[in-house]
Design a protein around this ligand. Structure first.
Ligand SMILES: Nc1ncnc2c1ncn2[C@@H]1O[C@H](COP(=O)(O)OP(=O)(O)OP(=O)(O)O)[C@@H](O)[C@H]1O
Ligand SMILES: [Mg+2]
Length: 269
């Protein structure tokens, strides 16, 4: 069974998410321990991005009646996250509560989503100054350190459109790390890159995995990377976990037919 030595930093308790009539997550439950690196795999439309977007509060859970008994709640760092406690009961979280809680979660997207009108340095300082209220000097010092870490010290004064895709993605990683997240969400961060740029981005992420204890949730088709970095793989289909195991076991000896079919398809791409 997957090792879990610490209290969960993320807990989905019977979480539902629908878009109109489409039920994407149907009572999904799982736990992630602090410092774990978990890879989510599964066919297109299985709900992987939805899970990350819920954690980023870009989507809201579909409410259930009586969450205290019926769940439908996301917990982060031991406290309700999609909900807030009031009068000893759970209520759907307010915008203000979400804004405060999501500061500890960072996300990197497939499309880098940098601010095109800001230089690289400002892309990495902007949220530090506005959201965390750091001084400009402190934010710039942190940004320079992180841009150095991702190998882009010489690009601080460039605009995003003057960078390669891989460089832009490394800026996006630096920008996420600048907020000192406890949890980093990575959604197919190399899928939009030319093949020769993938290795640099994965190298940076490997370094981060090796040198920090940030909890990472990773959606990727790079099975080699998943194997190197993650301690657990969860296979999704239609919004439920079909199978979960260590990467070694799930990639070499998947037990479920749906996992076998999925891996065969991905590896033959
Ligand atoms: N904003 C939305 N409005 C309506 N339907 C949505 C929305 N976002 C996602 N969906 C639907 O929810 C389902 C799950 O989508 P999701 O993006 O989570 O899948 P995924 O596992 O990330 O797929 P992929 O591997 O293609 O990225 C899909 O059927 C998708 O069409
Ligand atoms: Mg997706």
């Amino acid at each position: 069974m997957p090792s879990q030595t610490t209290d969960p930093i993320i807990k989905f308790d019977r979480v539902n998410k629908s878009f109109g009539d489409l039920e994407v997550l149907k009572g999904l439950s799982f736990e992630i321990g602090a410092g774990e690196r978990v890879t989510l795999i599964g066919p297109s439309g299985s709900g992987k991005t939805t899970i990350l977007r819920l954690l980023m509060t870009l989507e809201l859970v579909t409410p259930v009646k009586h969450p205290d008994e019926n769940g439908g709640v996301i917990w982060v760092e031991g406290a309700p996250y999609s909900h807030m406690e009031k009068g000893g009961k759970l209520h759907v979280a307010s915008e203000r509560y979400l804004r405060q809680r999501r500061q500890k979660v960072g996300m990197v997207f497939q499309q880098f989503n940098l601010f095109p009108n800001m230089k690289v340095l400002r892309n990495v300082t902007e949220a530090q100054v506005h959201t965390l209220k750091r001084s400009k000097e402190e934010a710039e010092s942190k940004a320079r350190d992180l841009l150095d870490l991702v190998g882009l010290s010489d690009k601080v004064d460039n605009y995003p459109n003057q960078l390669s895709g891989g460089q832009q993605q490394r800026v996006a990683i630096a920008r996420a790390l600048a907020m000192d997240p406890d949890i980093l969400l990575l959604d197919e961060v190399t899928s939009a890159l030319d093949p020769e740029l993938v290795a640099d981005v994965l190298g940076v992420l490997r370094d981060i995995a090796d040198t920090t204890n940030i909890t990472m949730l990773i959606v990727t088709h790079e099975m080699g990377f998943a194997k190197d970095v993650s301690n657990r793989v969860m296979m999704f289909d239609q919004g439920v976990i079909v199978e979960e195991d260590t990467p070694d076991r799930i990639f070499s000896d998947p037990q479920e037919v749906r996992t076998q079919d999925f891996l065969r398809a991905v590896l033959s791409e």
